[in-house]
Design a protein around this ligand. Structure first.
Ligand SMILES: [Zn+2]
Length: 310
């Protein structure tokens, strides 16, 4: 099979994966989460294996949920490189995307304040985020951060709302939805996963997408769930304007906007100064959490959804 791309980066999240059905399953160190890690790994593996079998030479998988330690690499085809935890840059969180030509997003979710399944942008503490009067989804930030390296966003999977947002923002991106409205009991993971694989394979011929480079200036309005006092403190900390629970950020370019949102959501001026050490501790926490999940899964002899009796 000939494809437009032979080096693919996959960015994987948990909310739009097949094992995450509620907030607990996306939370750190819960039983539901450790089980969701298995299903997320199996979703990723199905796509990875199909890509490699179709002739893609390199597949790198970047775990992008919470601590960045959710994927059980023993469940993923060893021909792929699985990268856990966060890197400072040059692409925030991702590091150096190397020679990847295209990026696929698996298991993502819709933007803060919108209808989708567990919708949020960067943190669930934001209740509403709009940029130039439109909700902003993570897929836009992540795609834009990879654009300087020439990566084309070719494929997206998440809830139907998340898919619609990705398609509205990024011209010609292919998408495949996961509909969780009927609940996990009626969900046929095998057939959903095979649909995901076919759609992902199809996107290997999606040479029509361009690297995502939205032009500024950008005016962001962030409404903080914690309310007025928290928003005020956060805005003052970084020198942003604010009014009530709303924080206003102005940025000339998308990279500045992303940097400011990362600061607002995850950092303090002190943690910026000690970022390498902070990231070390954060990654260590993630690693310990994933070790906990592995022990837990072994003890409970956890069976993937597809092996369970219905
Ligand atoms: Zn996530």
């Amino acid at each position: 099979m000939s494809t437009d791309f032979d080096n693919i980066l996959i960015i994987a999240d948990i909310e739009g994966s097949s094992g995450c059905w509620d907030y607990r399953a996306s939370s750190f160190m819960t039983d539901e989460w450790s089980q969701a890690c298995v299903e997320m790994s199996l979703d990723v593996n199905a796509v990875v294996r199909a890509l490699l079998d179709a002739g893609v030479k390199h597949v790198t998988v970047k775990d992008f949920h919470r601590t960045g330690y959710n994927l059980l690499s023993e469940l993923i085809d060893p021909r792929a490189q699985v990268v856990l935890g966060y890197k400072r840059g040059p692409a925030p969180g991702i590091g150096d995307p190397g020679n990847a030509q295209a990026v696929m997003f698996l298991g993502l979710h819709a933007a803060s304040g919108t209808e989708g399944f567990m919708a949020h942008t960067l943190t669930s503490r934001i209740s509403w985020l709009e940029v130039n009067r439109k909700p902003l989804a993570e897929v836009e930030l992540f795609s834009a951060s990879l654009a300087p390296y020439g990566l084309r966003p070719i494929f997206f999977s998440g809830c139907p709302t998340a898919c619609a947002q990705a398609r509205a923002a990024i011209r010609k991106i292919d998408s495949y939805p996961i509909d969780k409205s009927a609940g996990p009991e009626l969900f046929d993971v095998e057939s959903w996963r095979s649909g995901l694989v076919s759609a992902a394979l199809h996107s290997l011929n999606n040479g029509a997408t361009e690297p995502y480079t939205p032009h500024g200036p950008f005016q962001a309005e962030v409404t903080w769930r914690g309310g007025e006092i928290t928003a005020q403190n956060l805005a003052r900390r970084w020198g942003f304007d604010h009014e009530g629970a709303r924080i206003f950020i102005e940025a000339d370019g998308i990279h500045e906007l992303y940097r400011d949102l990362i600061r607002l959501c995850y950092l303090t001026p002190l943690t910026v100064r000690i970022l390498p050490f902070g990231l070390f501790l954060y990654n260590l926490t993630g690693r310990l959490g994933l070790a906990w999940a592995r022990r837990r899964l072994k003890k409970d002899k956890y069976l993937p959804q597809s092996k369970r009796r219905r």
